[in-house]
Design a protein around this ligand. Structure first.
Ligand code: BYC
Ligand code: FE
Ligand code: FE
Length: 474
């Protein structure tokens, strides 16, 4: 089905044929707009931003670029095309036709997954709302806003599922999604990482590299769902997610380029000297990496989780690449290694794979992350700098799962509290690191100009030159 752009809510789900649903969503819409104006990008309402909007769900020409004022962005409901005769490909219902409505016995589990996913989307917009004030270029400002409107659309995607399939309690959950606030002590967002601050652009790029990548892996697992509307929704969201991770990887890559250039061509390795040149030294970058990596690892949940086993057996949430895995897709008798502490050291222990599916998805994420960090290291080497970034051990700085409360250093050694205290400033961003990075932040709004601490990108957006006016302020 093509996208109905004439409708108040653009959609390809035939909204105009379902008046009750249309009315319910049209009632939620003003609350969303209010939330956006209160918690969305600070001071952005009158700006003209060169944004991409989805106009089709088919491969190739789905994106349309033009200047848009963000409050007028056409947030809508887009599902990837249905696969004819799709069946459930894992769990106890393997081989049966995929569900087009919610199976009664899994209603609350499914709602919980959708609410958890939905909660992260507005949370990230809230976390990023001040960043526009200090964007290092118009190009970067535009990318931030693109991500923000798409995370807003991801919220719409989950709210559609809640309204269309969960009746009154779905509508209540949809309202609550606009009421929780990132970092609020009384009514916080559901998952830890989404209550952290994103105070500067180094954090923002790390967030989009690591935390949006959790989005990728969770959405891939949901794209496998036997509940077809969730699967189709997740598949369309994944197309947007790719750009978010690109912003993170290329953003950090450009910081590295600037610093490694100075290290390689001038032979300056001393962080103090690099800072005096207004650059972000690589040890500082490593500490930010350590923080965002470990916070994001926690997002995958406990290493052993009965929820995860239930989600899988019920056919609601699969593994990454489920249909490409060669096994029984029910995991009878299968085992999987998880980490544990024994005799003051980290050890691995085999447990039933069904209970370890969070760990397995985390490990898939780890591999993807390592490949990205290896690309950064190539960049460093190409500039002739002698430094390598490391992905810390999976047990480092964890707050969820069996290793919560165990002190593990980035190399994977269990350490005492006093050792931790003595070294934590080498491992995680310190107050002086944060102050230094904050001191670099300041809006650069002249087309084609970039802040000193970051290199320009290789090319512009939508084939436009780097000095294109990606955001207009008048
Ligand atoms: N923080 O059995 P467990 C994205 C709770 S990112 C706080 O392991 P489960 C995006 C848990 O709720 C993708 N609490 O949980 C990225 C449970 O609470 P109760 C988001 C946590 O259910 C960037 C208890 O601990 N999508 O899209 O197996 C920008 C026991 O835990 C945390 C999803 O996450 C935490 N980190 O696993 C914008 C997909 N972790 O019941 C967007 C949907 C766990 O004891 N969510 N808890 O009160 C899920 O599949 C699962 O809920 C989780 C948790 C994998 C997150
Ligand atoms: Fe998202
Ligand atoms: Fe995202």
């Amino acid at each position: 089905m093509d996208i109905a752009y004439g409708d108040r809510i653009p959609n390809n789900v035939g909204l105009s044929d379902n008046k009750a649903l249309q009315r319910a969503l049209e009632q939620w819409q003003p609350a969303f707009v209010d939330w956006w104006s209160e918690m969305g990008p600070d001071g952005s309402a009158s700006l003209d931003v060169y944004l991409r909007t989805a106009v089709s769900v088919h491969k190739g020409g789905w994106a349309h670029f033009d200047y848009v004022k963000m409050p007028e962005y056409r947030w809508g409901i887009f599902l990837s095309p249905a696969e004819p005769a799709r069946s459930i490909n894992f769990g106890a219902h393997k081989g049966r036709p995929a569900w087009q409505t919610v199976p009664g016995e899994y209603r609350s589990a499914l709602r919980r997954i959708i609410v958890t996913q939905g909660d992260t989307e507005p949370a990230s917009v809230e976390q990023q709302r001040h960043l526009g004030r200090t964007a290092p270029s118009l190009y970067d400002l535009r990318n931030l806003y693109q991500i923000n409107v798409e995370e807003g659309r991801h919220l719409w995607a989950m709210v559609y599922l809640l309204h269309a399939f969960f009746g009154r309690d779905g509508r209540e959950e949809a309202e609550a999604l606009l009421q929780r606030r990132s970092g609020d002590t009384d009514n916080p967002r559901i998952l830890g990482a989404f209550n952290e601050r994103t105070p500067d652009w180094l954090s923002f790029f790390m967030f989009t590299f690591f935390t949006d990548r959790d989005g990728k892996f969770q959405l891939c697992a949901l794209a496998e769902s036997g509940f077809d509307p969730l699967s189709r929704t997740a598949r369309f969201m994944l197309i947007e997610e790719a750009h978010h991770m690109f912003v993170g990887e290329s953003g950090i890559g450009r910081v590295i380029e600037r610093t490694a250039e100075m290290m390689g061509s001038e032979g300056i390795d001393d962080p103090v000297q690099l800072r005096s040149l207004g650059l972000i030294d690589l040890p500082t970058l490593q500490r930010y990496l350590n923080l965002h990596y470990s916070i994001t690892l926690d997002l995958f949940g406990a290493d052993q989780s009965s929820n995860a086993a239930t989600f899988y057996t019920a056919g609601l949430k699969g593994r990454y690449g489920e249909s490409k895995i060669d096994d029984d897709h029910e995991l009878h008798g299968a085992e999987y290694p998880i980490l544990d502490v024994a005799g003051g050291r980290l050890v691995t222990r085999e447990v039933p794979m069904l209970s370890a599916l969070n760990e397995r998805l985390r490990d898939d994420f780890v591999k993807d992350t390592e490949a990205g960090v290896a690309r950064w290291n190539k960049l460093i080497a190409r500039k002739g700098a002698r430094f390598a970034l490391n992905v810390p051990h999976k047990g480092f700085n964890r707050s969820i799962g069996a290793l919560a409360g165990v002190r593990v250093d980035p190399a994977g050694r269990v350490v005492s509290d006093s050792e931790w205290e003595a070294h934590v400033a080498d491992w995680l961003p310190s107050q002086p690191d944060r102050e230094y990075v904050a001191s670099l932040m300041g809006r650069v709004a002249e087309p084609g100009r970039f802040a000193n601490w970051i290199a320009p990108p290789g090319r512009g957006i939508d084939g436009k030159p780097l000095d294109f006016e990606y955001v207009r302020f008048d």
